[in-house]
Ligand binder design. Structure first.
Ligand code: ADP
Ligand code: MG
Length: 264
């Protein structure tokens, strides 16, 4: 049974990633993109995943979204075990419970902003939403004057706000964002972080943001650092005064891990 509406997210169990391993085979070579990764993320928590390119960040997000099936381990979202679901149920579950935001926005070029936002609801058997809910969302994302425009007439920041609106219109319990500010200038990127944080707080949404930018990660409550497909460390952001001390700490943990590697 998959509930359609998740307006009350307060009582949902934490998101559990339990001992996930994911391998990719290319010819004779096998890459272990994730190695025995475990995480527990509380409902309503805002977590950033950091790590060098190739450390497994996107793979982790895709596994949590049910877009990629792991070779080992389990993922529980809202208490439901994704590995036990058929492909069809997984698709339904993702559509209703998970909001996805990508670096490249992934908007449909031939649809205007409003229709891009409504598309997941159409795909889900034309799920009704109140017109006032849509207008309220557009207003709050600063898109009230822009929703009749197609993506190519919108700025990068506006396109990403459309993508965020599309991700949250169905009231998901969980938002997964892969480098959502990666193609935006830093001021626009900070605006996107503020919007994500605000929704996390108001709607009780869990948010997992993949980023390599400390200025983005500092918006999260907790940072998980991946290295070579493993969780290297995690730490709370409240320890840090500002983004510079956080960036310095991040550099320290990554460098310390590399130094150990060279010695060992
Ligand atoms: P990140 O997002 O941190 O840059 P990824 O999760 O994209 O890292 O990739 C982790 C590792 O898995 C990399 O070595 C990458 O080349 C490999 N990988 C990811 N996706 C695939 C795939 N579909 N096929 C083969 N290898 C992949
Ligand atoms: Mg990636």
């Amino acid at each position: 049974m998959i509930a359609t509406n998740v307006s009350d997210t307060t009582s949902l169990p934490p998101l559990e990633v339990a001992r996930i391993t994911k391998r990719f085979r290319q010819g004779n070579v096998t890459v272990e993109a994730l190695r025995d990764v475990s995480l527990t993320i509380g409902q309503g928590e805002f977590v950033a995943v950091m790590g060098a390119s190739g450390s497994g960040k996107s793979t982790l997000l895709h596994v949590i979204a049910g877009l990629t099936r792991p070779d080992e381990g389990r993922v529980l979202v809202d208490g439901q075990d994704l590995s036990a679901m058929s492909d069809r149920n997984l698709t339904l579950f993702r559509r209703r419970r998970i909001g996805l935001v990508f670096q490249a926005f992934n908007l449909i070029p031939t649809l205007n902003a409003r229709d891009n936002i409504l598309l997941p609801l159409l795909a889900d058997g034309n799920r009704e939403i109140e017109r006032s809910h849509l207008m309220d969302l557009l207003q709050r994302l600063g898109l009230a004057e822009r929703y009749r425009h197609r993506p190519d007439a919108l700025s990068g920041g506006e396109q990403q706000r459309v993508a965020i609106a599309r991700a949250i219109i169905g009231s998901p319990s969980t938002i997964l964002a892969d480098e959502p500010t990666g193609s935006l200038d830093s001021v626009t990127g900070q605006g996107i972080c503020a919007i994500l944080q605000q929704f996390c707080r108001e709607q009780g949404c869990t948010i997992i943001v993949v980023t390599h930018e400390p200025a983005v990660a500092v918006w999260a409550e907790r940072i998980v650092v991946l290295k070579d497909g493993r969780v290297l460390t995690e730490f709370a952001t409240e320890r840090f005064r500002d983004v510079h001390t956080l960036a310095a700490h991040y550099q320290d943990v990554v460098s310390a891990a590399s130094a150990t590697e060279v010695q060992g």
